[in-house]
Design a protein around this ligand. Structure first.
Ligand code: COA
Length: 222
């Protein structure tokens, strides 16, 4: 299968919520909040999808969109293996598997999503959320999504990017630290179960700011 990222639309809401609930459980956002996020004028949400599953979309609901042209759809896997990730192993079919038509068997239709709130002209942006389907973790999708959010922050000429992460989320912490985020404070009893959040900040690299408008890795514009 091939993974690509594109801008999320409201038509992705069902699949995003399915993954949101599976990944975040009691901390998952209500659908109304997610819809507002996907349509927020200051937002920037991406979905990572199985390119082979995007079309055809038989019900015509518009969730799927063929890449505009060969080369316009880049994949999200940043480790230099080109555009194709490993096949999902037969038997790993999960409840996340969609809807039949047009999807690659044994792989989730929605591989991941990530969102940014970045008001143009503002001085700060926030990573709102990021999730990768359990079946495809460790492929580099999370890193690719984060790179795309950082790049968009730069394109909007916003110098600082913030996020909150559970203090016990070692995988996410490792990812963020490796991208240059630094811990700036702790919010105790922040989550529903009483868990603490670590607040992290990234000074958006000058190169990102200089490249503003010039790089859109892995994205097919909607
Ligand atoms: C955090 C998450 C998005 C990472 O996505 P992913 O696609 O698996 O991540 P990647 O494959 O791009 O790996 C990125 C980095 O994460 C860290 N990482 C990934 N898997 C890891 C593991 N099993 N153990 C430790 N670190 C790990 C590493 O730092 C890795 O970088 P490296 O491969 O260069 O060592 C994913 O684990 C996820 O969806 N988790 C549940 C939701 C969540 O916690 N979201 C963050 C909320 S703040």
């Amino acid at each position: 299968m091939s993974a690509l990222t594109r801008r999320a639309t409201e038509a992705d809401l069902d699949r995003v919520m399915e993954l949101e609930r599976a990944v975040f459980s009691v901390d998952s956002w209500p659908e109304s909040l997610m819809r507002a996020e996907l349509t927020d004028e200051h937002g920037y949400y991406l979905v990572a999808v199985d390119q082979d599953a995007e079309i055809p979309h038989p019900r015509g609901e518009g969730t799927a969109e063929r890449p505009r042209a060969a080369g316009a759809a880049q994949t999200l896997l940043p480790r230099g293996e080109g555009t194709t990730g490993p096949d999902c192993t037969p038997g790993e079919k999960s409840a996340l598997l969609p809807r039949g038509e047009g999807t690659t068997p044994d792989c989730p239709a929605l591989l991941g999503y990530a969102g940014l709130r970045a008001p143009r002209g503002g001085s700060q942006a926030d990573v709102q959320t990021i999730a990768v389907a359990p079946e495809v973790r460790g492929w580099g999708l999370g890193r690719g999504l984060m790179h795309a959010l950082i790049a968009e922050t730069g394109r909007r000429s916003i110098p600082e990017l913030f996020l909150e992460v559970r203090a016990d989320n070692a995988v996410a912490l490792a990812l963020y630290r490796s991208l240059g985020f630094v811990e700036i404070s702790v919010r105790r009893r922040y989550y529903n179960d009483g868990g603490a959040a670590i607040v992290m900040r990234l000074q958006v690299p000058a190169t990102r700011m200089q490249l503003a408008g010039s790089d859109r890795p892995g994205e097919t514009r909607s």
